[in-house]
Each structure stands twice: as structure tokens, then as C-alpha cells.
Design a protein around this ligand. Structure first.
Ligand code: SF4
Ligand code: SF4
Length: 388
């Protein structure tokens, strides 16, 4: 791989949220303080050095930014105010854009106007489809004396469109992940020559880290660990609410969007209530912390940091309002809020899956599994090498 010095890289990283990387004097304090750094991965210093030197090729092949869980300790101890934690975060956004061949991630992170336009455009799509459906059916499908949601928006049609949308977004995510693997392993890597044992080690690490995210706190010292476990717990709580919401609207929409009135003990109601409460609590907490800027990790916020919690809040509030209005038998409030809910969900998924915050969930465990795979391959090669 060629190592071409690119003097524009530092400026580019600033567009993605790096604050003051040019102030770094390479003293190494950040690397010494970071609980997650290792001798094989001596970030943060190495990452900042790559940014300062414009080593684009080295940076794009690095997994180091994905090993950082953004505790902020390195920024607190930096004697130069170079904000190394922000550079790590900005590098992750930059890497997402490098893996993404559609160019959407780059626009998401570098152009607020583009984000606003994309949200506007994608959120209009379900509205246009609904209007078109009712024009074709002559408007006869809207019950106004009672709520019949599945006449207003037939669940099987909505479900088919949701599945199609997810298939497209899922394909983007898979394609971008393959791009990440190519970048990390190198363009000339011979995947067939990697032993099966290394693939197994990598797959095992991917599953473990995807579901547990335990790297977040497992290496911290006891005092720090309490803080990080509390952050990890909130994250897992959010993921449980988000995961349930996704299960209800993707594989189970045919069951979840109903005109039935179920008793209070029905599992459908409790799954919906759990997801709603968790999503409202965690998204409000994140938004308030970002606004207060008291915690180190919230001192600076990139515009996209506001997007995901805001979308979650809108999705949860509109979702529960649809439920309330339906139970109150208010047809038009139900239909209008349902339309807003679907518009927000489509815009959220389009700006998050494959290019936004969502990708951290996949790229972090993938980075750790690629690391495990490389180590296992090396171990197996050494075991097979003839002794001197
Ligand atoms: S970012 Fe700060 S702490 Fe880290 S090497 Fe540079 S000057 Fe030192
Ligand atoms: S933010 Fe925390 S985990 Fe990330 S590099 Fe700095 S000290 Fe390490």
C-alpha cells in the first residue's frame, strides 16, 4: 500500500468534527492515560500523528478509532488542548464516509443543508405514497366515524414497503462493511489463504462484542469503571428499546399495526410501552446532557449527534400518540399522527442505517473481530512454521 502524504487531511477531519489536532505535540499523555490502548494499537497519539502527517492510506486501514469508546479522559489530560477524544470521534465519522461508496455519509457529516434536504425529501416519500393510494382508491378508504388504521394505510402494503426499504439499507450496510474489511486487511489480502480457525475466532469476537459491547468498560480501572458501566447500561437500555421497536416494525409489522383493541395484559401492548418509555427516557437524557455540556463527552456536539436522539424521541412520542388516539377513537388525529410517525421513521432509517450512528454498532465489533482474526492467523502461522 502506498503511503501518500496528504496535506488536506487535517482540514478535512475538522469538517468531520476534529477540534484542534494541529496543537498536538505528540507527548503521548493521551496514549498513557487511555485504558483501551495496547502495544499493538497505541492510539490516540498514532491516530493524531496520521492526521497531522496526512497519512490518509494508513488512517483508512486503521481499526484504532473503532477501539475508542469515547470516555473523554485523553482530552482532559492533554496539555495542549488538542481535544484528542474529538479527533478519535471525527476519525470514526470520516472512516464511515470512506467505507461508504454512495457518498451519502460524506454529505451527512459535512453539509447541514444536505442533511436538512435529505430529511425533507425522504420524509415526503411516505406522504406521497399515502396520498397516491387514496387518490387511486377515490378516498373511499378513510373511515371518519371510527378509527380503521388498516383502511387508511393497509398494513400489508406498508409492511412490503418497510421490508423493501430495509433490504436496500441492509445491502448498503453489508457493502460498506465489506469495504471496511477490504481497507483493513489490505487490497491484496488473499481471503482464501486465511485459515478457517482465524475466521472462527473473528466471527466469535464479532458476536460477543456486538451483543455485549463489553470493551466499553472491561479495561477501565475500578473508579472509572463505575462511570463507564453506567454509560454502557444506558446504552444497552436504549438498544433494548430500539431493538424491540425495530422487531415490531420490521418482521412483526403485520401483527403490530392492528385495529384490534387488546386487553392491558396483551404482550403487544407491553412491548410497545416498554420501547416507548425507554426511548423517551434515553433520548431526552442524551439531548439534555448534550445541551448542558457538563460531561467531557458532551462538551462538543457535531450536528449529527443531535439527529439520532431527536429522531428517536419523535418516533416514540408519535408512536404512543397514535396508540392513545386510536384507543380514544379519534380518527383524524390518529391518521395525521400516524403519517407523521411513518415520515419520521423513514427519515431516521435513511439517515442512520449504514451511514449514521447506527454503523458504530457494526463497525466496532467488526474491527475487534478483524483484529482477533489477524492475531489468530498469525498464531496459526507461527505454530505451523518449522522450528529453527
Ligand atoms: S493529543 Fe495531547 S496528550 Fe495526546 S500526544 Fe498530542 S499533545 Fe500529547
Ligand atoms: S476517549 Fe477514552 S477510550 Fe477514547 S482514546 Fe480517549 S481515553 Fe481512550
Amino acid at each position: 500500500m502506498s503511503t501518500r502524504v496528504d496535506s488536506t487531511l487535517i482540514k478535512e477531519l475538522k469538517e468531520y468534527g476534529a477540534i484542534n489536532p494541529e496543537a498536538c505535540i505528540n507527548c503521548g499523555n493521551c496514549t498513557a492515560i487511555c485504558p483501551l490502548t495496547t502495544s499493538e494499537h497505541p492510539f490516540v497519539r498514532r491516530t493524531i500523528r496520521s492526521v497531522q502527517m496526512g497519512l490518509r492510506d494508513r488512517l483508512v486501514a486503521s481499526i484504532d478509532p473503532w477501539l475508542c469508546y469515547f470516555c473523554g479522559d485523553c482530552s482532559i489530560t492533554c496539555p495542549r488542548g488538542a481535544e484528542p477524544a474529538e479527533t478519535m470521534m471525527a476519525t470514526r465519522r470520516w472512516l464511515i464516509a470512506q467505507y461508504d461508496m454512495s457518498g451519502k455519509a460524506k454529505k451527512l457529516y459535512t453539509s447541514e443543508k444536505h442533511v436538512a434536504f435529505t430529511i425533507f425529501r425522504t420524509s415526503l416519500l411516505p406522504l406521497v405514497l399515502l396520498i397516491a393510494y387514496h387518490i387511486i382508491t377515490g378516498g373511499s378508504k378513510i373511515a371518519t366515524d371510527r378509527v380503521v388504521l388498516n383502511d387508511f394505510a393497509p398494513v400489508m402494503w406498508v409492511w412490503a414497503i418497510v421490508l423493501l426499504h430495509f433490504a436496500i439499507l441492509g445491502w448498503h450496510l453489508v457493502r460498506n462493511s465489506l469495504n471496511m474489511i477490504r481497507n483493513v486487511l489490505g487490497p491484496n489480502a488473499n481471503l482464501a489463504s486465511i485459515p478457517l480457525g482465524a475466521y472462527v475466532a473473528g466471527a466469535k469476537d464479532f458476536v460477543i462484542h456486538f451483543f455485549s459491547q463489553r470493551q466499553w468498560w472491561s479495561k477501565c480501572d475500578p473508579e472509572e469503571r463505575k462511570v463507564e458501566i453506567s454509560r454502557w447500561f444506558k446504552h444497552m437500555l436504549l438498544m433494548s428499546g430500539y431493538g424491540i421497536m425495530l422487531i415490531l416494525i420490521v418482521p412483526l409489522l403485520w401483527w403490530f399495526q392492528t385495529d384490534e383493541f387488546y386487553p392491558i395484559y396483551h404482550p403487544q401492548r407491553w412491548l410497545g410501552y416498554y420501547a416507548t418509555v425507554i426511548l423517551i427516557y434515553t433520548s431526552v437524557e442524551i439531548l439534555l446532557s448534550r445541551r448542558a455540556k457538563k460531561e467531557e463527552i458532551h462538551r462538543f456536539s457535531h450536528p449529527t449527534d443531535w439527529l439520532f436522539p431527536s429522531f428517536l424521541l419523535v418516533a416514540a412520542v408519535t408512536g404512543i400518540l397514535v396508540h392513545i388516539f386510536r384507543y380514544m377513537s379519534l380518527p383524524w388525529p390518529t391518521y395525521i399522527i400516524y403519517t407523521i410517525h411513518v415520515m419520521a421513521m423513514v427519515a431516521m432509517l435513511d439517515t442512520e442505517v449504514g451511514i449514521g450512528k447506527w454503523t458504530h454498532l457494526v463497525y466496532r465489533p467488526l474491527a475487534l473481530s478483524l483484529d482477533a482474526m489477524k492475531r489468530k492467523a498469525q498464531e496459526l502461522a507461527e505454530a505451523l512454521a518449522p522450528a529453527d
